[in-house]
Ligand binder design. Structure first.
Ligand code: NDP
Length: 393
């Protein structure tokens, strides 16, 4: 029986993964090793009972008594805290979903890779902060990483049977998010609720805001560079409001392979679950005659400073990805708490990168997990200072 673990089971990607596992036979078809959540222990316990997990872990230690109560008498082990999540990732499983949001997903993902097996990687922050280390760890332990981000799954599928040397360009599609048609001068006043109204995708709160600011796309550009080893100059971003083409690969004979499908994450999760086979998936089928037209436009760089900043991060490399992601997470926290304006998020990230370039060595060649975690910490401190200054101004 195939063994699985889901990190971030209670989130948007975690729920979609759970749905596919349940449809594929649930506890009768899979042995579930670990399920983890953050604070939503009621849902975590429900999932753990249904899949008869060996262990359920919540990130927030204050939630442990409630998790214990909810699983009393089931024989399912319980634990809490970041260390316990990392320990749960140290329990071997054949297929592991990495769907914790943010830099907190890195350590468990690294631990899972050390057991070989297959890591379905939704946590793009891992590749942004520690791309080379993650890929080296996978290679050293014979593990396979499959991308779950719809764009990267699309690129991966477009490259099956192809020689990477024949790739001329990767075209990442972006919906443009909730605010894409707002006048540029009104973006600074956008509220959290307005930025959360995504036109096409139902996702977690943080990635939905990142979609409106294009920080999500900026992370994905770096993710593309790290996962596929593509030169940054070959990675393009195009706004495609319908979100039906998930990304494209352009080859040196001029051909472009585009991956199309309904905007439903169960497609790329299911692809990673069934890979290298394709199994039927419960996603809507496209009616192309009904859709009739697809549209594209170049992103306005004044509207999306994140797209400029990610180029700088790829130029610096080293610890810049870690600093970029951490500063972005802090800026997003401040925006979500109404302490920072929408456009100030990019300003905070830029302040942080500039300051860290001056006071530390971001541009390192050989990087350890400790270096990455230290850069992450320092960037959070500097980004918090910048956010406070900007909100006081
Ligand atoms: P959600 O916010 O919906 O879920 C995040 C999950 O992580 C939840 O299980 C949450 O627990 C848990 N969590 C939160 N904070 C911590 C922490 N500090 N330590 C451990 N666990 C924590 O996020 P999404 O599912 O939207 O996104 C997950 C990842 O997948 C992100 O990296 C995102 O960029 C990526 N992704 C998401 C897509 C989507 O469609 N949603 C598309 C492509 C990529 P709880 O809810 O119990 O507090």
């Amino acid at each position: 029986m195939r063994s699985i673990s889901i990190f971030g089971a209670t989130g948007s990607i975690g729920e979609s993964t759970f749905d596919l596992i349940r449809r594929a036979g649930g506890a009768d078809a899979f042995r579930t090793v670990a399920l983890t959540g953050g604070r939503n222990v009621a849902r975590l316990a429900e999932m753990a009972r249904e899949l008869r997990a060996e262990i359920a872990v919540c990130a927030d230690e204050t939630c442990l008594p409630a998790l214990r109560d909810a699983l009393q008498g089931t024989g399912i082990e319980t634990a809490a805290g970041a260390g316990a999540i990392a320990e749960a990732a140290d329990r071997p499983a054949d297929w592991v979903m990495s769907a914790i949001v943010g830099a907190a997903g890195l350590v468990p993902g690294m631990a899972a890779l050390r057991h070989g097996g297959l890591l379905a990687l939704a946590n793009k922050e891992s590749l942004v902060t520690a791309g080379p280390l993650l890929m080296q760890t996978a290679a050293a332990h014979g593990a396979t990483i499959l991308p779950v981000d719809s764009e990267h799954s699309a690129i991966f599928q477009g490259l099956v049977g192809e020689d990477i040397a024949t790739v001329e360009r990767i075209i990442l599609t972006a919906s443009g998010g909730a605010l894409r048609d707002w006048p540029l001068d009104s973006l600074a006043r956008a509220t959290v609720a307005e930025a959360l109204a995504h036109p096409n995708w139902a996702m977690g709160q943080r990635i939905t805001i990142d979609s409106a600011s294009m920080f999500n796309k900026a992370l994905e550009v770096i993710e593309t560079r790290e996962f596929f080893g593509i030169d940054p100059d070959k990675i393009e971003v195009i706004i495609h409001p319908e979100s039906l083409i998930h990304s494209m690969v352009g080859f040196h004979d001029g051909a472009i392979m585009a991956h199309m499908g309904a905007p439903d994450m169960r497609h790329s999760i299911g692809y990673a679950l069934n890979w290298p086979e394709r199994h039927p998936l419960p996603v809507a089928r496209l009616d192309l005659a009904q859709i009739a037209t697809l549209s594209f436009r170049a992103p306005d760089m004044a509207r999306y400073p994140a797209l400029r900043l990610c180029r700088e991060v790829m130029r610096i490399r080293g610890l810049a990805g870690s600093a970029f992601n951490a500063a972005k997470e802090i800026a997003l926290d401040h925006f979500l708490d109404n302490r920072l304006g929408f456009m100030d998020m990019a300003a905070v990230v830029e302040d942080t990168l500039t300051q860290l370039m001056a006071e530390t060595r971001l541009q390192m060649d050989v990087i350890t997990l400790d270096d990455i975690l230290q850069a992450d910490h320092l960037a959070r401190v500097r980004a918090t200072e910048s956010a406070r200054r900007r909100s006081a101004a």
